[in-house]
Design a protein around this ligand. Sequence first.
Ligand code: AMP
Length: 425
Amino acid sequence: MNILLLGSGGREHALAWKMAASPLTDKLYCAPGNAGIARDAECVALDLADHSAVVAFCRNTGIDFVVVGPEAPLCAGIVDDLESAGIKAFGPTRDAARLEGSKGFTKDLSRANTIPTAAYQRFRAVAPAKAYLRKRGTPIVVKADGLAAGKGVVVAQDLAEAEAAVDMMFSGGLGEAGGEIVIEDFLDGEEASFFALCDGETAIALTTAQDHKRAYDGDKGPNTGGMGAYSPAPNIDATMSGRVMAEIIMPTLRAMKTMGCPYKGVLYAGLMITREGPKLIEYNARFGDPETQVLMLRLMSDLVPALLASRDGMLKSFDLRWYDDPALTVVMAAKGYPGQYARGTVIEGLDDAAKVEGVEIFHAGTKAVGGKILANGGRVLDVSAIGKTVSEARRRAYEAVSRIRWPEGFYRRDIGWRAVERETK
Ligand code: AMP
């Protein structure tokens, strides 16, 4: 098959790495890709917002299957446009991607189907939102309804902070995404990411992962897209996984099908494991980043037939096999991220770093210029490793990080601390 992967981050590099290894893949393209992805796929300069250009490329190149990485093209309906042009595509349609594109949509669906989630209300104006804040008390969580690139959630400790978030969102601080907001109760517990591959009717649980959202050690500093991750998540055992499937994932799939927008693709549930059990924080309509990097290291089965089965509605008798060994990834980001940062700084030592046993380096934001690898984004590298234990995977990943010479970069030194603590108890 000729396959086109859409996206340019570390998630896409991990997917490209895994798909390139499939015997089903004749030729793999990636648009727009990055310097690391170029090792596994031919990168093509396509604007993902220009759906007709993507369709034209597929027609001209004889693409058999398109795999969509990021949420923006999914929410903009790229799967609808490819499929109506007769090109098979992996991922949800625009209507199904509302599970990520509208927090209010997901909350309403959860309430209507008794899926456990925080109590909430939706608002379109400041005054009723603030009245609700005063009624509910703090801590409380204020969320922009739409896609806000990880910036749309404020966990407020006091009323002033919560009111400021409401004002910021309704005054256009997040653009269109904040035209409507959701205010919900604060959930106490430990977070986990849960991934299910869905075909509209059936879902199979992928393995679990936990990520570190804050920029600095000790889970301090601003929220980011994710500074590291490890898999499996130690707080989700087989029993908990069964509960998440039965109480959250399957009722969602049934509801989506009933509404006439069956969900196909990866459903990524952000969960809070509370004393009462798992609760849904939010859905994403795609693979997680950086969680995919550790998932792909642990996936023993071929990824391509699984993605095809999701698209074709054939997951019923499908099975995926995973290595028991845990995996961990350390994100190296440009200094200043998630705020202002410089592009174009030189990264050296990558070949030497990649020699560390069990290590795979995925590129999240790089470009190659004159034989040099340059930083080209906020999150730049995902230094990933597999090992017999989390501690071993972590030792290997940090050994590789220490061989990378990039003075303009930074990384957290404590990725996986909870899992390592559990392991060494
Ligand atoms: P989201 O973008 O919805 O995943 O939210 C970003 C982060 O905000 C989550 O990973 C949680 O750490 C936190 N968060 C969101 N909603 C809640 C909630 N109801 N209670 C506690 N923390 C939350």
